[in-house]
Design a protein. Structure first.
Lengths: 210, 210
DNA sequence: TCTATTTTATGACTACTAGTCATTTTATAT
DNA sequence: ATATAAAATGACTAGTAGTCATAAAATAGA
């Protein structure tokens, strides 16, 4: 009835409020330096209340990161719209990922922080992982584009498409992770992030060409 | 004089004892689940003593990981000995890295854990980073092999060798990191680690071919 | 409107652990 | 044997995730 529905709506709204507050705190201080007290203060609730809605600090961060993953998926899907070969679309997806990181580094950092977390700290099932990777992430789209590229005779077919797709996804994710999480490394080694990214795309796309 | 030298030797020996004990604990429980009390118990010293030799838990782990990096460097350098083109040697380096991870996953995990650590938790300078990457790691060797490959006309020269080398290093490191740190991901996605690794090497080496 | 029950929220408390430091023990110098 | 320096100790502090007994607010029913 109406009251139960309203209460459920309010519960979801409260949950969203907590996620938004957490996002603010995590984005400004990073996951490790943020405390549940910080977040409680930001959302103006007691710390105990956070644990009514989330299992743990990691669980709350994961909710924040999933929002980020959804947004990243949106911009990379949008980048594949319009004309061009599968290879070109894959290139555009990669660059859209980089641009996403450049324009919203804190958001990308939240995705990478989730990526770095130990699975047992997250207490998620194999099914959860599959959903996250195949439905919320961009692997599925990469897979489709690789299959299309094989059909277009532009992408090599001697390596199974699903292996190519996963390898692509892992390497792009990783170089973006270096750029996002280790700017100091680039400074220390006197490397240009842009050049490394371009070099990476060039070599990886060249590597899958037929 | 003799006494001062003996005391210095004993100090270094004590330091090595602590590192070995830490290695045992970190390898069996992982960095995050290990406590300084665990390590103190293993080495049969008081916790306060650990802080006479190391700045922090992360500092101690770094000492453990540096030993691992040195061993990895040794086996990958050995893999480049003997005949073959620069490309073949690069391939052998990559496979030696994978084999190292397979035969001593805890050791590789210690390297990857260091890699994932936030630089400010480690309080190391840019010079330290340069030393670690260029003198203790394998980037230097990769750089030389890429330059040799360009001379052999087997590796493309339109992308500067140092960018190729760093890109190679980052991508190999990253796929090995997935394999080392996220076995659950492979299970969840029903992927073969070996196939992903072979696919990765195939595509990346193909990508740098002239 | 009042009372009982359910739901939501609270914040003091517990448990844990990195790191510290006043004190003790051991080694060295005189 | 005594004074001093070096090495070691482990109780303690500080911080924080997570808990839970209790309170407050909302709802149901008479």
């Amino acid at each position: 009835m109406g009251i139960a529905e309203r209460k459920e709506r309010e519960k979801q709204q409260r949950r969203e409020e907590i996620i938004l507050a957490a996002e603010k705190v995590f984005f400004s201080k990073g996951f490790h330096l943020s405390t549940m007290d910080d977040i409680a203060e930001e959302v103006e609730l007691s710390k105990g209340t956070l644990y009514l809605y989330f299992k743990s600090k990691e669980d709350l961060h994961m909710a924040v990161a999933r929002t980020s993953i959804r947004l990243l998926r949106e911009v990379t899907l949008k980048a594949t719209e319009g004309g061009g070969t599968a290879l070109e679309k894959l290139g555009r997806m990669g660059r859209a990922t980089v641009e996403f990181s450049r324009t919203d580094p804190d958001r990308m950092r939240s995705i990478m922080t989730l990526e770095e977390m130990e699975p047992q700290a997250l207490s998620i099932t194999a099914g959860d992982v599959q959903d996250l990777i195949y439905k919320e992430s961009t692997v599925g789209t990469v897979m489709q584009l690789v299959e299309l590229g094989v059909k277009e005779k532009l992408i090599r077919e001697d390596v199974p498409a699903y292996l190519v797709a996963h390898t692509l996804w892992m390497t792009v994710l990783s170089v973006v992770r270096f750029v996002t999480m280790k700017p100091g490394l680039f400074e220390a080694l006197e490397l240009s992030q842009d050049q490394i990214l371009e070099s990476h795309f060039e070599l990886v796309l060249n590597g899958i060409k037929s």
